[in-house]
Design a protein around this ligand. Structure first.
Ligand code: SF4
Length: 317
């Protein structure tokens, strides 16, 4: 989607976020979202544009499953063994349930409304781009049969005028922010607020995804930050829950992903990497200890124990 400048809609200047000094980007973003979501502030033109986009995505969520069997920032990177299985045997990932459509549909709607809200509230001095197309980092394999060659970041806000931006953010705040919105149920929303990103299990690969996009974007912008912003789909009057991810956490995660990809390309089985890393805390995602699990390779993974969990040596594909 093209970059949005506030001058595109000069008639709506009264709806922008009032001048307030926020201590950081997380609180600034939360305030933008809350302010913009108000019926008094949201721009009707933007509601129109983003509801049209949402409708298109809602329809496709209900009518088709688009599970491309390729490694991409949003899939097969949470655990090195997922990457290995996917690269070595692309057909074996378990499909999502046939009735997952409404979950995706609601996610699309909440994303598009969030874009409209933040754009409506964003003050002068900033620009915002949504669904921004990004190339992969230079270490990402150029093998388009097994790896997606581009991705989309939900939102990218940049400081155009540091003088105007300084009314809202500290001088030393990053000059660009990568934002990934995640719609989540009430339990996950609460958990998101307490998650130690970089330490706690990240079974759905939120951090892995963000780290790949951050690596790609930081190649051209060194003054950037990154946020995972939780939307509580069970209680939509709850505020946005943005969590700023420290740069060193993003770098460490990108390095982990990079090693996982290298091992997969070398056809070296890393073993039950996620289980080894998080032990019993991984059971919820891996489907062990009587839990149903969410990993698309949980059955295959359990059926092929590695040398870490069984005698017999490492597997190769
Ligand atoms: S079940 Fe767990 S350890 Fe096995 S591939 Fe999936 S995430 Fe990795």
């Amino acid at each position: 989607m093209r970059e949005f400048k506030l001058d595109d809609f000069p008639q709506q200047t009264q709806s922008r976020l009032p001048v307030t000094a926020y201590p950081d980007w997380s609180r600034f973003l939360k305030a933008l979202w809350l302010h913009g979501m108000s019926v008094n502030n949201i721009d009707p033109v933007l509601v129109d544009i983003h509801c049209d986009r949402a409708l298109m995505n809602i329809k496709s969520s209900m009518l088709a499953r688009n599970e491309v069997p390729r490694v991409r920032p949003s899939a097969f990177l949470a655990c090195a063994r997922q990457t290995y299985f996917q690269v070595c045997s692309g057909e074996s990932a378990e499909k999502m349930p046939d009735n997952i459509g409404p979950t995706f549909a609601v996610g699309h709607l909440l994303h598009e409304l969030s874009y409209a809200a933040v754009k409506s509230a964003l003050p002068e001095g900033f620009s915002v781009d949504t669904e921004k197309v990004v190339s992969m980092p230079d270490w990402w394999p150029e093998d388009y049969t097994r790896f997606n060659q581009e991705g989309h970041v939900d939102m990218w806000i940049t400081v155009d005028d540091p003088f105007k931006a300084a009314k809202y953010l500290p001088d030393d705040a990053p000059k660009a922010m990568l934002i990934d919105f995640k719609t989540m149920g009430g339990y996950s929303y609460k958990k998101h607020g307490k998650t130690l990103w970089g330490e706690d299990p990240d079974g759905f690969g939120y951090l892995a995804q963000l780290s790949v996009y951050a690596a790609a974007l930081s190649e051209s912008n060194t003054e950037m930050g990154a946020i995972i912003a939780g939307i509580n789909r069970d209680s939509l009057t709850q505020p946005l829950l943005p969590r700023y991810i420290e740069p060193e956490v993003l770098t460490a995660e990108a390095n982990r992903v990079r090693v996982a990809i290298e091992m997969a390309l070398e056809k070296t089985d890393p073993g039950e990497e996620f289980l080894i890393r998080h032990e019993k805390e991984a059971y919820f995602y891996c489907g062990r200890g009587g839990r149903p699990g969410y990993c698309p390779f949980r059955t295959k993974c359990a059926a092929e124990p590695s040398r870490e969990t069984a005698k017999g040596g490492a597997h190769t594909c």
